[in-house]
Write a protein that binds this ligand. Structure first.
Ligand code: PEP
Ligand code: MG
Length: 364
């Protein structure tokens, strides 16, 4: 049974909304989750993981073609299949969010999640791509990684294959113009680049993003407002945030990766031993559950301090799992984030934690 907001609970949440100063957004990747997020009181989407859109059965073939292409021509043909689909995805997401902010993160998949494993799938794909089975099998093996979560993902993928992000940016902007032309003047997509660790990665990717945006503006003879920002999830980005902030309008803390890379604990494997740490009192809490204030939290504070030096208007949010955990939400309030973003079901808790934090540590 889904809780509905009404009666005394609704009144209580109204009070909570009056007290808190931090915004609360949702992590949502499709119109259904977006609608649910709104029902729980989300004030926007803080993270749309576009790779989740690519997991759909009907699209996997095009996505695999895109990743396994070895020529630009092959890749462009796969991207041509994906562009209308993505445009529709974003259109529906904007529509569902009724003018509230939507942060779209460009593709950040660990590649292995998309690679075909079974020989029969490789065979089917080889036929669709008009290449031999052995050739395609070699390509699949060539993309296998020992540690995909630290591998060829996020902006690294865009450095190798800029045309993938360009397709996505085209879809984001075309859909926004379509919405605007239907009378929704206030559309304002936020484009987010993942896994930046070095200012030159951001410069390179942003340049590609801007070229595509301006192309679409010219073609459509129309424009929309937009923002370009970055996930802040690599420790190196935190300690060079003064540089990064010169090219970013917002930072969204990816505390899942920041925890992984801050501690050097694999997100995929740490669960096998971290409970021992907690049981033996080495750690009070699992740092993937609650922000480790002394380490990961310190990196966040450094990023904010340095980032604001070069960009005082920097907008700050969090979209890692911690964004819906009450003690972490309190910490986010204390360090001055503008919003937290969490899964739709955690929104009421995040709002409550944000209000409680303002009561305990008033910002004003
Ligand atoms: C993160 O790293 O905290 C994040 C939100 O991105 P993802 O979990 O998709 O890597
Ligand atoms: Mg991440």
């Amino acid at each position: 049974v889904q809780p509905t907001l009404g009666g005394s609970f609704g009144e209580f949440m109204e009070w909570v909304d009056e007290v808190r100063v931090m915004g609360v957004r949702a992590n949502a990747d499709n119109p259904k989750d977006a609608a649910q997020a709104l029902e729980f009181g989300a004030e926007g989407i803080g993270l749309c993981r576009t790779e989740h859109m690519f997991f759909e059965e009907t699209r996997v073939m095009s996505v695999r073609k895109m990743i396994l292409a070895t020529t630009l021509e092959e890749r462009k043909s796969a991207l041509d299949e994906l562009l209308p689909v993505q445009r529709q995805d974003f259109y529906e997401l904007y529509e569902a969010m009724e003018g509230k902010p939507v942060t779209v993160r460009l593709l950040d998949p660990p590649l292995h999640e998309f690679l075909p494993v079974k020989d029969e799938d490789i065979k089917e794909l080889a036929e669709a791509m008009n290449v031999s089975f052995d050739d395609l099998k070699d390509r699949v093996e060539g993309l296998a990684e020992f540690n995909p979560m630290l591998g060829h993902r996020g902006c690294r993928l865009a450095v190798t294959y800029p045309e993938i992000y360009r397709m996505q940016v085209r879809a984001i902007i075309e859909a926004a113009i379509d919405i605007k032309e239907k009378g929704h003047e206030d559309i304002y997509p936020e484009i987010m680049i993942p896994l930046i660790g070095h200012i030159n990665e951001l410069k390179y990717v942003k340049d590609e993003v801007l070229k595509e945006i301006n192309l679409v503006f010219e073609e459509r003879n129309n424009t929309v407002k937009y923002m370009i920002g970055t996930m802040l999830e690599v420790p190196r980005a935190a300690i060079t945030a003064d540089e990064i902030a010169t090219e970013a309008e917002f930072f969204s803390f990816g505390t899942n990766d920041l925890t992984q890379m801050g501690f050097g604990f694999s997100r995929d494997d740490a669960g096998k031993f971290l409970n021992e740490y907690v049981e033996k009192g080495i750690f009070e809490k699992d740092p993937f559950q609650e922000i480790d204030r002394a380490g990961v939290g310190k990196l966040m504070e450094i990023a904010i301090e340095y980032g604001r030096k070069t960009n005082p208007n920097l907008k700050l949010g969090i979209c890692g799992e911690h964004g819906g955990e009450p003690n972490s939400v309190e910490f986010c309030h204390q360090i001055g984030l503008h919003y937290v973003s969490c899964s739709p079901f955690r929104i009421p808790i995040a709002k409550l934690a944000a209000a409680q934090a303002e009561v305990n540590y008033p910002r004003s």
